[in-house]
Design a protein around this ligand. Structure first.
Ligand code: WT7
Length: 649
C-alpha cells in the first residue's frame, strides 16, 4: 500500500513511557502469555487498595466477568486523596468559562469541595451507597464535584447530556430509578445564557416519580421556577457542610456509574461501569496514550454527558494526577481561534477532540492556528469516528506543527477507555488507521464463526478477552446485555464481545475502523439508533411509515436522512413535514437527533416478510448505485421511484 507513514518525533519518543514498537510488542506478548499476571502488575502498582482482592479475573459467570474480586477501594480516593500529600497545591481542574473567565482549582480545593458535596448528598438528601443520582449539568466544575462526590459515598451517577430533551431525561431518570437530580439554572454558550433547570421541571412534570429532590447549582443567575420542598439551592447549602467526608470502601465490582447510549433497537441502554477495573484502565490509558507528565496541562473538549467526558476529562486525568481543562463554551466562539488561543494561554500539552470539531475548525479558520503559539502541544487526540486523511493532515501539520503525535483513539461507551490507538512515542502512523490494540487488549477482526477475516477485507471488530474497564451489564436488563454484545460472534465455540463496528486490517497489521454494522448512526461522534428516531417520528400524525438512515455529511460525519410515507399521499409538502418531524424529534430526543433531509416516498422497499431494506435506502441517500438484488422485494418498482424522488430533491 502506498499510504504515507508518520514516525513519532524522536525528541518526544525518547522520554515517552512506551517508546518503541519493540517495547509495545513486549508488553502485548507478556499480556498474551500471562493475562492475569499482566493486569495484576498494574492493579497492584496503580490502585490504592483498602482491602486486597482475591482473584484478578473471575470468568465463572461469563459474560458477566468480574475483576479484582472482593477488593476494596474508592475512586474518589484514587482521584483526589492519595494525591494530596504530593500535589495538594497543583491545579487539578483548570476551568475556562464561555466568556473567558478562568478558575484554577487545586487538588486541595477539589478535595474540600468534593467532601462538602458528598456531605450535602448524604446529610441533606439521604443519598446512600447504591442510590442513583442523575446529573443534568453544564460544563462547570460543580459537575465534576458531583461525580466525585457520588463516587465518594458509593452513589451511582447517571449523567444525561444537556442537549437531551425533557422526554429523554425523564426516560433515563425512570429507567435508573434515580432519587436525586443535580442540575444548574443553566450556563453560557456563545456569549449568551442557556437554560437547563426548566427542562428538569418539564421532565419531572411528566413522570420521574422516583425523584425526591432536585439540587440546583447557580451558574447564569437567570430566573427559574422553584418547586418548594422539591428544589434545593446548592449555593445556599454548601457552605455549612463539613469538608471532611470519609470515603466509602467500595467493592471492585460495585457499579460506579450508568451512562445511557443508543443501540440498534428500542430504548437507550444504561451501560453499567465498575469501580476498580474502570479507574485502572482510565489511568493507564492517560499514561500510555496521552503520555501525561508532571507539569502537563491536558485538555479534552468533550462534554461530561458522554463517555469521553467521564473517562478523559474527569476520572482518567485526575487518577493520573494531571491538570485537566474543563471548558464551558464552544471552540468557535468568539471566533474559530478560540481553541488555539486557549492552547497558547494555558500552555496546553495534550489536546483531545472529535473529527467533527476538527472539520469545523478547519473549515472556519484554516490558518487560524498559525496566529498562536501552539508549540507546547505534544499529543493530539481524536475520537468518535474515523478521521479522513485531509483533516488528519491539517491537524498534524498546522495544529501540531508536524511535531506532535496524533492518536486516533478507537473505543466506545461500553469499553470504558481506549481499545485501539497509536502510542504517541512508539507507533508509526498511517492516517485513517486506529493502528494497534493497546497492550492488554485482545482486539481481533473476525467473521461471525470466529475465523479471522482475511487481510484487506471487512470483518467484525471484536474484543476476544474480557478487559478491566468493560461494561458489566445493561442496567436492569442483563439479557439485553448478553444479546447485544455476546450474541453475534463465537470464537472457539465461546461468545466474544462484538463492538458493532466493522473493521479491516492491512498487510502490516494496522486496523482501520470502517463504521457501524448495525442500525446506529454516528452524528458528530454521537450515537443515535435509527429505531429511536423512527419511534419518535411515529408521533407525527400525518406519517404512516418512516425509515431512517445515515448519510455522509461534511461536518457531522453522518447526517440523518428520513424516508417518509404519508398516511394520505399528497397531504403535506416536504418542508411542512420536515418541520413537524423535527419539532417532535427535538421534543422526544433533543437537537442532536434533527433530520438533515427527508424524502416523501410512496412506500419503502420491503422484503416479502415486511423487513425494511435499509441497505438500499442508504445507497439511494448517498447517490450510490444499487448493487443488491431487488427482485426479492415485495415491490421492486419502488426502488427506481424512490431514486427519482431523491435525485430530484
Ligand atoms: C462508536 C462509539 C468513544 C467515545 C466517543 C463515542 C465510533 C469511536 C472511533 C475512531 C472510528 C470510532 C465507533 C464506536 N468510534 N472512536 N477512533 N474511529 N470510529 O462513544 O457514543 O459509545 O460511540 O463511535 O463506531 O462504536 P460512543
Amino acid at each position: 500500500m502506498s499510504e504515507e507513514i508518520y514516525y513519532p518525533n524522536p525528541e518526544f519518543a525518547k522520554d515517552a513511557r512506551i517508546n518503541s514498537m519493540e517495547q509495545y510488542w513486549e508488553l502485548q506478548n507478556s499480556a498474551k502469555e500471562d493475562y492475569e499476571g499482566f493486569w495484576k502488575g498494574y492493579a497492584d502498582e496503580k490502585i490504592e487498595w483498602l482491602e486486597p482482592y482475591d482473584k484478578v479475573l473471575d470468568e465463572s459467570d461469563a459474560p458477566f466477568y468480574k475483576w479484582f474480586t472482593n477488593g476494596k477501594m474508592n475512586v474518589s480516593n484514587q482521584c483526589i486523596d492519595r494525591h494530596l500529600a504530593t500535589r495538594g497545591e497543583q491545579t487539578a481542574i483548570l476551568f475556562e468559562g464561555d466568556k473567558g473567565d478562568v478558575e484554577h482549582i487545586t487538588y486541595n480545593q477539589l478535595s474540600q469541595r468534593v467532601n462538602k458535596m458528598a456531605n450535602l448528598l448524604k446529610n441533606e438528601f439521604g443519598i446512600k451507597k447504591g442510590d442513583r443520582v442523575v446529573l443534568y449539568m453544564p460544563m462547570i466544575p460543580e459537575a465534576a464535584y458531583a461525580m466525585l462526590a457520588c463516587a465518594r459515598i458509593g452513589a451511582i451517577h447517571s449523567i444525561v447530556f444537556g442537549g437531551f430533551s425533557a422526554e429523554a431525561l425523564k426516560d433515563r431518570i425512570e429507567d435508573a430509578g434515580a432519587k436525586l437530580v443535580i442540575t444548574a439554572d443553566g450556563a453560557y454558550r456563545k456569549g449568551k445564557p442557556y437554560m437547563l433547570k426548566p427542562v428538569v421541571d418539564e421532565a419531572l412534570g411528566q413522570g420521574g416519580e422516583s425523584i425526591e429532590a432536585v439540587l440546583v447549582v447557580k451558574r447564569n443567575n437567570e430566573a427559574i421556577e422553584w418547586v418548594e420542598g422539591r428544589d434545593h439551592s446548592y449555593n445556599d447549602l454548601i457552605d455549612a457542610q463539613s469538608d471532611e467526608c470519609p470515603f466509602e470502601p467500595m467493592d471492585s465490582e460495585d457499579p460506579l456509574f450508568l451512562l445511557y447510549t443508543s443501540g440498534s433497537t428500542g430504548k437507550p441502554k444504561g451501560v453499567q461501569h465498575s469501580q476498580a477495573g474502570y479507574i485502572l484502565w482510565a489511568q493507564m490509558t492517560m499514561e500510555w496514550v496521552f503520555d501525561v507528565r508532571e507539569g502537563d496541562v491536558y485538555w479534552c473538549t468533550a462534554d461530561i454527558g458522554w463517555i469521553t467526558g467521564h473517562t478523559y476529562i474527569v476520572y482518567g486525568p485526575l487518577a493520573a494526577g494531571t491538570t485537566t481543562v474543563m471548558f464551558e463554551g464552544v471552540p468557535t466562539y468568539p471566533d474559530a481561534g478560540r481553541a488555539w488561543s486557549m492552547v497558547e494561554k494555558h500552555k496546553i500539552t495534550q489536546f483531545y477532540t472529535a473529527p467533527t470539531a476538527m472539520r469545523l475548525l478547519h473549515k472556519m479558520g484554516q490558518d487560524e492556528p498559525k496566529k498562536y503559539d501552539l508549540s507546547t502541544l505534544r499529543v493530539l487526540g481524536t475520537v468518535g469516528e474515523p478521521i479522513d486523511p485531509a483533516a488528519w493532515k491539517w491537524y498534524y501539520e498546522v495544529v501540531g506543527g508536524s511535531k506532535a503525535s496524533i492518536v486516533d483513539t478507537y473505543w466506545q461507551t461500553e469499553t470504558g477507555g481506549h481499545m485501539i490507538s497509536p502510542l504517541p512515542g512508539a507507533t508509526p502512523i498511517k492516517p485513517g488507521y486506529a493502528t494497534f490494540p493497546l497492550p492488554g487488549i485482545m482486539a481481533e477482526i473476525l467473521e461471525a464463526d470466529g475465523t479471522p477475516t482475511p487481510v484487506g477485507e471487512k470483518g467484525l471488530m471484536c474484543i476476544t478477552r474480557p478487559w478491566p474497564s468493560m461494561i458489566r451489564t445493561i442496567w436492569g436488563d442483563p439479557e439485553r446485555f448478553v444479546k447485544s454484545y455476546f450474541g453475534d460472534v463465537k470464537k472457539d465455540g465461546k461468545p466474544v464481545y462484538f463492538t458493532g463496528d466493522g473493521a479491516m486490517m492491512d498487510e502490516d497489521g494496522y486496523i482501520k475502523i470502517t463504521g457501524r454494522t448495525d442500525d446506529v448512526i454516528n452524528v458528530s461522534g454521537h450515537r443515535i439508533g435509527t429505531a429511536e428516531i423512527e419511534d419518535a417520528i411515529k408521533k407525527v400524525d400525518a406519517v404512516a411509515v418512516s425509515a431512517v438512515v445515515g448519510k455522509p455529511h461534511d461536518i457531522k460525519g453522518e447526517g440523518i436522512f428520513a424516508y417518509i410515507v404519508l398516511k394520505e399521499a399528497g397531504s403535506a409538502d416536504t418542508e411542512t413535514i420536515k418541520a413537524e418531524i423535527n419539532a417532535v424529534l427535538k421534543q422526544e430526543i433533543g437537537a442532536i437527533a434533527l433530520c438533515d433531509q427527508i424524502a416523501i416516498v410512496p412506500d419503502v422497499p420491503k422484503t416479502r416478510s415486511g423487513k425494511i431494506m435499509r441497505r438500499i435506502l442508504r445507497a439511494i441517500a448517498k447517490g450510490e448505485p444499487i448493487t443488491q438484488d431487488t427482485s426479492t422485494l415485495e415491490d421492486p418498482s419502488i426502488v427506481p421511484a424512490i431514486e427519482k424522488i431523491v435525485q430530484e430533491g
